[in-house]
Design a protein around this ligand. Structure first.
Ligand SMILES: [Zn+2]
Length: 353
C-alpha cells in the first residue's frame, strides 16, 4: 500500500520524501552510461531543435534567477558598513536580480548586522513573483488559451475522440515539467492536478467529469453532448532508470510496480464510479503512463484484450528513439506508426492516424 497521511503525521520528517536535488551534470553522465540515450551526440531527425532551445533557455533563465540570490547577498553583506550602503546595495540587487531590496531591512544595517534571512526570503518571493508575472503576461511556453499551439492541439484531441484531457502526475517536483516539456502539450489544453504518488481523489475527479459533461449539454463546449467523444483520464507515475531503488516515487517506496498498480487501481475506481453513478453508457477512457525522471522518456501502458490496462506491456519512447535514431524523418514516422500498430488493436490505431 502507498504511504498515506505523512504530511499530517507528527513524525513526518521520518517518512519518505522526494530525493534531494541531484546536479544535472552527474545525471547526464550516468544516464549516458546506463541508457546509451545520447547515441554519440547524434540528433534524431524528428527532434524539434528550435522548441528544445526555447524550453532550455526558459528553464536556464529561471534557474539562474534563483541561483544568483546567494552570491548577490554575499556581495551585499561584504559592503554593509561602507559609505552610501543602501544605494550601493540596491544597485547590485537591480543589476544581478532585477529587483529592489526592502528599505526597512537595509535601513538597520548601521545598528545591527544585516538580516540576511529576511533578505533571502524577500529575494526568493520576488523572483517567484517575477517569473509568475512573466508567465501570465508573455506566455513564454506559447501554450496559453487561444494560442495557435493550444487550438491545434485541442482540435487534434477532438479528432482523436477526446473532449477533455485530465492528467494527474505525481506531485514530486521532478514531474513539474511533465506536460509542457516531456509530453509537449500546451498547458492550457490540459486539466492538470498533481497528487502524491499520482493518487488522485475519486470524488473530486467525478465532480470535474460532471462539470465537463454539464458544460457540453449547456454550452456545447468543447463540443456538443451528443458527439461520441470521451473524457480521458491519465495517471503519470514515475521511476528512475539510474537509481531505481532510491530515486523512484517516494510515496510508493521507490517500488515501480507498486506505483503503476496503484495508479491503475485509481483509474479503475474512477471509471467504476462514473459508470455506477450515471446511466446511459456513461464512461471514460483511461491511460497509464510511466515517466523516467532521469531521461524524461515515457512508458505508455497498453490495453489488455478485455480493455483493461496492462501493467507489463508498454511502449517505450526511449526504445523508439534509439531504434529510429539513424532513420530519415519519413522512415522514422513510418516506423513509429508500425510499432504502435503492432501493439494496438486496429480501432485504437485509427485514432492516431
Ligand atoms: Zn512520486
Amino acid at each position: 500500500m502507498p504511504l498515506r497521511g505523512l504530511a499530517k503525521a507528527k513524525n513526518f520528517t521520518l517518512g519518505p520524501t522526494a530525493p534531494m536535488k541531484t546536479f544535472t551534470e552527474n545525471i547526464h553522465i550516468q544516464t549516458k552510461e546506463s541508457n546509451n540515450f545520447r547515441n554519440s551526440g547524434k540528433s534524431h531527425k524528428l527532434t524539434n531543435n528550435i522548441q528544445n532551445e526555447n524550453l532550455f533557455r526558459y528553464e536556464s533563465k529561471i534557474k539562474s534567477d534563483f541561483d544568483e540570490i546567494v552570491p548577490t547577498l554575499k556581495e551585499i553583506a561584504r559592503i554593509q558598513h561602507h559609505e552610501d550602503f543602501i544605494n550601493k546595495a540596491q544597485k547590485i540587487s537591480r543589476k544581478n536580480l532585477g529587483i529592489d531590496l526592502p528599505l526597512h531591512v537595509l535601513d538597520k544595517s548601521w545598528v545591527k548586522p544585516l538580516d540576511m534571512r529576511a533578505l533571502y526570503a524577500w529575494c526568493a518571493f520576488k523572483q517567484h513573483e517575477k517569473l509568475s508575472d512573466n508567465f501570465f503576461n508573455n506566455d513564454p511556453l506559447e501554450g496559453a488559451a487561444g494560442s495557435r499551439d493550444a487550438e491545434d492541439f485541442e482540435k487534434f484531441l477532438l479528432d482523436c475522440g477526446i473532449h477533455l484531457l485530465d492528467i494527474t502526475p505525481c506531485s514530486d517536483g521532478r514531474l513539474a515539467h511533465s506536460v509542457a516539456y516531456v509530453m509537449r502539450i500546451p498547458f492550457s489544453s490540459v486539466r492538470r492536478r498533481s497528487h502524491a504518488g499520482a493518487l488522485f481523489d475519486i470524488e473530486n475527479t467525478v465532480n470535474r467529469w460532471v462539470k465537463t459533461e454539464h458544460k457540453r449539454y449547456r454550452e456545447n463546449v468543447p463540443n456538443e453532448a451528443h458527439k461520441d467523444t470521451r473524457y480521458l483520464k491519465v495517471v503519470t507515475y514515475h521511476f528512475s532508470s539510474v537509481d531505481p531503488l532510491h530515486q523512484g516515487c517516494a510515496a510508493h517506496g521507490s517500488n515501480d510496480e507498486l506505483a503503476a498498480a496503484e495508479g491503475r487501481n485509481k483509474l479503475y475506481a474512477f471509471k467504476e464510479a462514473v459508470e455506477n453513478s450515471f446511466c446511459c453508457g456513461a464512461s471514460v477512457d483511461l491511460m497509464l503512463i510511466g515517466l523516467d525522471t532521469d531521461t524524461d522518456s515515457l512508458k505508455i501502458h497498453l490495453s489488455t484484450s478485455d480493455g483493461g490496462i496492462d501493467l507489463e506491456k508498454t511502449i517505450s519512447t526511449l526504445e523508439i528513439y534509439n531504434s529510429t535514431i539513424n532513420f530519415s524523418k519519413e522512415d522514422a514516422e513510418r516506423e513509429i506508426c508500425q510499432t504502435i500498430s503492432k501493439q494496438s488493436s486496429k480501432d485504437k490505431l485509427s485514432l492516431l492516424i
